[in-house]
Design a protein around this ligand. Sequence first.
Ligand SMILES: *[C@@H]1O[C@H](CO)[C@@H](O)[C@H](O)[C@H]1NC(C)=O
Ligand SMILES: *[C@@H]1O[C@H](CO)[C@@H](O)[C@H](O)[C@H]1NC(C)=O
Length: 269
Amino acid sequence: MGLYIFGILVPLVASLFLWNTKSGKKRGLPVDVGGEPGYAIRNYRFTHPVETAWEGISTIADLFEQSCKQHSDRRLLGTRRLISRETEVSEDGRSFEKLHLGSYEWLSYGEAFEAVCNFASGLLQLGHGRGERAAIFSDTCAEWFIALQGFFRCNITVVTIYSSLGEEALCHSLNETEATTVICGRKELKKLVDLSGRLDTVKRVIYIEDDGVPSEASLIERSTNWVVSSFQKVQGLGRENPVGAYMPVSSDIAVIMYTSGSTGLPKVG
Ligand SMILES: *[C@@H]1O[C@H](CO)[C@@H](O)[C@H](O)[C@H]1NC(C)=O
Ligand SMILES: *[C@@H]1O[C@H](CO)[C@@H](O)[C@H](O)[C@H]1NC(C)=O
Protein backbone atom coordinates (compact mmCIF):
# COMPACT_ATOMS: atom_id res chain seq x y z
CA MET A 1 0.00 0.00 0.00
CA GLY A 2 2.76 2.40 1.01
CA LEU A 3 4.44 1.78 -2.32
CA TYR A 4 1.25 2.68 -4.19
CA ILE A 5 0.93 5.97 -2.36
CA PHE A 6 4.57 6.67 -3.01
CA GLY A 7 4.00 5.93 -6.72
CA ILE A 8 1.20 8.48 -6.93
CA LEU A 9 2.64 11.10 -4.64
CA VAL A 10 6.03 11.45 -6.26
CA PRO A 11 4.78 12.24 -9.80
CA LEU A 12 2.16 14.57 -8.34
CA VAL A 13 4.68 16.55 -6.33
CA ALA A 14 7.11 16.56 -9.22
CA SER A 15 4.54 17.89 -11.68
CA LEU A 16 3.33 20.51 -9.20
CA PHE A 17 6.92 21.60 -8.80
CA LEU A 18 7.47 21.79 -12.55
CA TRP A 19 4.18 23.60 -13.06
CA ASN A 20 5.20 26.16 -10.44
CA THR A 21 8.58 26.92 -11.99
CA LYS A 22 6.98 27.22 -15.40
CA SER A 23 4.43 29.78 -14.33
CA GLY A 24 7.07 31.65 -12.35
CA LYS A 25 9.28 32.02 -15.43
CA LYS A 26 7.34 34.11 -17.95
CA ARG A 27 8.94 34.08 -21.36
CA GLY A 28 7.59 37.45 -22.43
CA LEU A 29 7.78 40.47 -20.19
CA PRO A 30 6.03 43.78 -20.88
CA VAL A 31 8.35 46.63 -21.77
CA ASP A 32 7.78 50.35 -22.03
CA VAL A 33 8.80 51.69 -25.44
CA GLY A 34 6.33 54.59 -25.45
CA GLY A 35 2.82 54.30 -26.82
CA GLU A 36 0.05 52.23 -25.30
CA PRO A 37 1.17 49.97 -22.48
CA GLY A 38 0.84 46.22 -22.85
CA TYR A 39 1.68 45.95 -26.52
CA ALA A 40 5.45 45.57 -26.43
CA ILE A 41 6.88 42.39 -24.96
CA ARG A 42 10.51 41.38 -24.63
CA ASN A 43 12.08 37.97 -24.17
CA TYR A 44 12.80 37.35 -20.47
CA ARG A 45 16.43 36.43 -21.22
CA PHE A 46 17.29 39.98 -22.29
CA THR A 47 17.27 43.09 -20.17
CA HIS A 48 16.16 45.40 -23.01
CA PRO A 49 14.40 44.96 -26.38
CA VAL A 50 16.69 43.21 -28.86
CA GLU A 51 17.39 45.42 -31.85
CA THR A 52 19.94 43.32 -33.69
CA ALA A 53 21.61 39.93 -33.60
CA TRP A 54 25.05 41.49 -34.05
CA GLU A 55 26.83 43.84 -31.73
CA GLY A 56 27.12 47.33 -33.21
CA ILE A 57 24.79 46.68 -36.17
CA SER A 58 21.83 49.02 -35.97
CA THR A 59 20.87 49.92 -39.55
CA ILE A 60 19.95 47.93 -42.66
CA ALA A 61 23.05 49.32 -44.38
CA ASP A 62 25.28 47.96 -41.59
CA LEU A 63 23.44 44.65 -41.63
CA PHE A 64 23.87 44.27 -45.39
CA GLU A 65 27.60 44.99 -45.26
CA GLN A 66 28.06 42.56 -42.36
CA SER A 67 26.11 39.81 -44.17
CA CYS A 68 28.10 40.30 -47.37
CA LYS A 69 31.38 39.99 -45.51
CA GLN A 70 30.21 36.89 -43.70
CA HIS A 71 28.67 35.06 -46.68
CA SER A 72 30.74 36.52 -49.53
CA ASP A 73 30.65 33.41 -51.74
CA ARG A 74 27.06 32.40 -51.18
CA ARG A 75 24.30 33.15 -53.65
CA LEU A 76 22.17 36.21 -53.02
CA LEU A 77 20.36 37.49 -56.13
CA GLY A 78 19.15 35.24 -58.94
CA THR A 79 17.87 36.62 -62.23
CA ARG A 80 16.30 34.87 -65.19
CA ARG A 81 16.79 36.92 -68.33
CA LEU A 82 13.94 37.33 -70.77
CA ILE A 83 14.57 35.32 -73.95
CA SER A 84 11.32 36.00 -75.75
CA ARG A 85 7.69 36.82 -75.18
CA GLU A 86 4.76 35.58 -77.18
CA THR A 87 1.04 36.05 -76.97
CA GLU A 88 -1.06 32.92 -76.81
CA VAL A 89 -4.79 32.76 -77.28
CA SER A 90 -6.61 30.27 -75.12
CA GLU A 91 -9.66 28.28 -76.22
CA ASP A 92 -12.12 30.75 -74.75
CA GLY A 93 -10.56 33.54 -76.78
CA ARG A 94 -8.64 35.25 -74.03
CA SER A 95 -5.07 36.08 -74.86
CA PHE A 96 -2.21 36.00 -72.44
CA GLU A 97 1.47 36.69 -72.63
CA LYS A 98 3.88 33.82 -72.31
CA LEU A 99 7.46 34.56 -71.29
CA HIS A 100 10.44 32.40 -72.10
CA LEU A 101 13.08 32.87 -69.46
CA GLY A 102 16.69 31.71 -69.34
CA SER A 103 18.15 29.82 -66.43
CA TYR A 104 19.12 31.59 -63.20
CA GLU A 105 22.20 33.78 -63.21
CA TRP A 106 23.41 34.41 -59.70
CA LEU A 107 25.14 37.26 -57.92
CA SER A 108 26.91 36.22 -54.74
CA TYR A 109 26.76 38.39 -51.63
CA GLY A 110 30.27 39.61 -52.50
CA GLU A 111 29.32 40.53 -56.07
CA ALA A 112 26.09 42.17 -54.96
CA PHE A 113 28.03 44.24 -52.42
CA GLU A 114 30.38 45.42 -55.14
CA ALA A 115 27.43 46.29 -57.37
CA VAL A 116 25.84 48.26 -54.52
CA CYS A 117 29.05 50.23 -53.84
CA ASN A 118 29.49 50.96 -57.55
CA PHE A 119 25.90 52.10 -57.89
CA ALA A 120 26.16 54.36 -54.83
CA SER A 121 29.37 55.98 -56.12
CA GLY A 122 27.91 56.37 -59.62
CA LEU A 123 24.78 58.01 -58.26
CA LEU A 124 26.78 60.69 -56.45
CA GLN A 125 28.95 61.16 -59.56
CA LEU A 126 25.80 61.67 -61.59
CA GLY A 127 25.02 64.62 -59.35
CA HIS A 128 22.55 63.29 -56.80
CA GLY A 129 23.09 65.46 -53.73
CA ARG A 130 23.19 64.10 -50.22
CA GLY A 131 20.06 65.17 -48.40
CA GLU A 132 18.01 64.72 -51.60
CA ARG A 133 15.55 61.85 -51.82
CA ALA A 134 15.43 59.24 -54.56
CA ALA A 135 12.58 57.07 -55.78
CA ILE A 136 12.37 53.52 -57.09
CA PHE A 137 9.47 53.10 -59.48
CA SER A 138 9.85 49.63 -60.94
CA ASP A 139 8.95 45.98 -60.55
CA THR A 140 11.17 44.18 -58.08
CA CYS A 141 14.33 42.76 -59.63
CA ALA A 142 18.02 42.49 -58.75
CA GLU A 143 18.61 46.12 -59.71
CA TRP A 144 15.74 47.21 -57.45
CA PHE A 145 17.52 45.66 -54.50
CA ILE A 146 20.97 46.94 -55.53
CA ALA A 147 19.60 50.48 -55.85
CA LEU A 148 17.85 50.25 -52.48
CA GLN A 149 21.01 49.16 -50.70
CA GLY A 150 23.06 51.74 -52.63
CA PHE A 151 20.79 54.51 -51.35
CA PHE A 152 21.01 53.19 -47.81
CA ARG A 153 24.82 53.31 -47.95
CA CYS A 154 24.66 56.99 -48.89
CA ASN A 155 22.08 57.84 -46.21
CA ILE A 156 19.64 58.74 -48.98
CA THR A 157 15.99 58.29 -48.10
CA VAL A 158 14.30 56.06 -50.67
CA VAL A 159 10.74 56.49 -51.86
CA THR A 160 9.30 53.21 -53.14
CA ILE A 161 6.40 53.46 -55.57
CA TYR A 162 4.38 50.50 -56.87
CA SER A 163 4.91 50.15 -60.60
CA SER A 164 1.15 49.71 -61.00
CA LEU A 165 0.34 53.10 -59.49
CA GLY A 166 -1.73 55.47 -61.61
CA GLU A 167 -0.61 58.85 -62.97
CA GLU A 168 -2.10 61.05 -60.26
CA ALA A 169 -0.64 58.89 -57.54
CA LEU A 170 2.77 58.86 -59.19
CA CYS A 171 2.87 62.66 -59.52
CA HIS A 172 1.70 63.04 -55.97
CA SER A 173 4.31 60.66 -54.52
CA LEU A 174 7.24 62.20 -56.37
CA ASN A 175 6.10 65.75 -55.72
CA GLU A 176 5.32 65.26 -52.05
CA THR A 177 8.70 63.68 -51.31
CA GLU A 178 10.61 66.04 -53.64
CA ALA A 179 12.51 63.12 -55.12
CA THR A 180 15.23 64.22 -57.54
CA THR A 181 16.37 60.86 -58.93
CA VAL A 182 14.01 58.13 -60.14
CA ILE A 183 15.01 54.52 -60.85
CA CYS A 184 12.59 52.87 -63.23
CA GLY A 185 12.05 49.96 -65.55
CA ARG A 186 11.24 50.21 -69.21
CA LYS A 187 7.48 50.41 -68.95
CA GLU A 188 7.66 52.94 -66.13
CA LEU A 189 9.95 55.08 -68.27
CA LYS A 190 7.03 55.56 -70.70
CA LYS A 191 4.82 56.81 -67.86
CA LEU A 192 7.49 59.24 -66.71
CA VAL A 193 7.89 60.71 -70.21
CA ASP A 194 4.15 61.31 -70.42
CA LEU A 195 4.16 63.12 -67.08
CA SER A 196 7.48 64.93 -67.39
CA GLY A 197 5.81 68.36 -67.48
CA ARG A 198 4.30 67.80 -64.04
CA LEU A 199 7.29 66.33 -62.25
CA ASP A 200 8.93 69.50 -61.05
CA THR A 201 11.47 68.04 -58.65
CA VAL A 202 12.86 65.23 -60.83
CA LYS A 203 16.29 65.90 -62.30
CA ARG A 204 17.65 62.43 -63.07
CA VAL A 205 16.18 59.19 -64.39
CA ILE A 206 18.08 55.91 -64.25
CA TYR A 207 16.45 53.11 -66.21
CA ILE A 208 16.96 49.39 -65.87
CA GLU A 209 17.54 47.79 -69.26
CA ASP A 210 15.82 44.50 -69.76
CA ASP A 211 16.27 44.20 -73.47
CA GLY A 212 18.51 46.88 -74.92
CA VAL A 213 18.28 50.66 -74.74
CA PRO A 214 14.64 51.68 -74.81
CA SER A 215 13.59 54.16 -77.47
CA GLU A 216 12.05 56.37 -74.77
CA ALA A 217 15.51 57.16 -73.41
CA SER A 218 16.46 59.36 -76.33
CA LEU A 219 12.97 60.87 -76.41
CA ILE A 220 13.31 61.91 -72.77
CA GLU A 221 16.67 63.47 -73.45
CA ARG A 222 15.18 65.55 -76.24
CA SER A 223 11.95 66.56 -74.53
CA THR A 224 13.08 67.20 -70.96
CA ASN A 225 16.12 68.59 -69.21
CA TRP A 226 16.54 65.42 -67.14
CA VAL A 227 19.82 63.58 -67.01
CA VAL A 228 18.99 60.11 -68.34
CA SER A 229 21.28 57.17 -67.78
CA SER A 230 21.12 53.40 -67.78
CA PHE A 231 21.63 51.47 -64.58
CA GLN A 232 24.72 49.80 -66.03
CA LYS A 233 26.24 53.14 -66.97
CA VAL A 234 25.80 54.44 -63.43
CA GLN A 235 27.53 51.35 -62.08
CA GLY A 236 30.39 51.84 -64.55
CA LEU A 237 30.70 55.48 -63.53
CA GLY A 238 30.94 54.43 -59.90
CA ARG A 239 33.48 51.71 -60.61
CA GLU A 240 35.79 54.31 -62.15
CA ASN A 241 35.14 56.96 -59.49
CA PRO A 242 34.67 55.19 -56.16
CA VAL A 243 33.29 57.28 -53.31
CA GLY A 244 33.30 56.18 -49.67
CA ALA A 245 30.01 55.31 -47.98
CA TYR A 246 28.01 57.78 -45.90
CA MET A 247 26.43 55.33 -43.54
CA PRO A 248 23.21 56.37 -41.83
CA VAL A 249 22.47 56.06 -38.12
CA SER A 250 19.41 54.31 -36.76
CA SER A 251 17.43 57.53 -36.33
CA ASP A 252 17.75 58.40 -40.06
CA ILE A 253 14.79 57.66 -42.33
CA ALA A 254 15.49 54.73 -44.67
CA VAL A 255 12.30 54.33 -46.70
CA ILE A 256 9.13 56.26 -47.45
CA MET A 257 6.73 53.65 -48.76
CA TYR A 258 3.60 54.49 -50.72
CA THR A 259 0.80 51.99 -50.73
CA SER A 260 -2.13 52.33 -53.08
CA GLY A 261 -4.75 52.65 -50.34
CA SER A 262 -8.38 52.00 -51.13
CA THR A 263 -9.48 55.52 -51.98
CA GLY A 264 -7.92 58.76 -53.15
CA LEU A 265 -4.23 59.49 -53.29
CA PRO A 266 -1.72 56.92 -52.06
CA LYS A 267 -0.89 56.91 -48.38
CA VAL A 268 2.57 56.93 -47.00
CA GLY A 269 3.62 54.17 -44.66
C1 LIG B 1 21.45 61.47 -42.98
O1 LIG B 1 20.71 62.36 -43.78
C2 LIG B 1 19.80 63.17 -43.08
C3 LIG B 1 18.99 63.95 -44.09
O2 LIG B 1 19.81 64.60 -45.00
C4 LIG B 1 20.58 64.05 -42.11
O3 LIG B 1 19.67 64.86 -41.38
C5 LIG B 1 21.37 63.17 -41.17
O4 LIG B 1 22.15 63.96 -40.31
C6 LIG B 1 22.26 62.22 -41.95
N1 LIG B 1 22.88 61.27 -41.05
C7 LIG B 1 24.20 61.17 -40.90
C8 LIG B 1 24.68 60.10 -39.97
O5 LIG B 1 25.00 61.87 -41.50
C1 LIG C 1 3.59 69.78 -55.76
O1 LIG C 1 3.66 70.23 -54.42
C2 LIG C 1 3.58 71.61 -54.28
C3 LIG C 1 3.72 71.92 -52.80
O2 LIG C 1 4.64 71.12 -52.18
C4 LIG C 1 2.25 72.10 -54.82
O3 LIG C 1 2.18 73.51 -54.75
C5 LIG C 1 2.09 71.65 -56.27
O4 LIG C 1 0.82 71.97 -56.75
C6 LIG C 1 2.28 70.16 -56.37
N1 LIG C 1 2.24 69.75 -57.78
C7 LIG C 1 1.59 68.67 -58.19
C8 LIG C 1 1.72 68.35 -59.64
O5 LIG C 1 0.98 67.93 -57.43
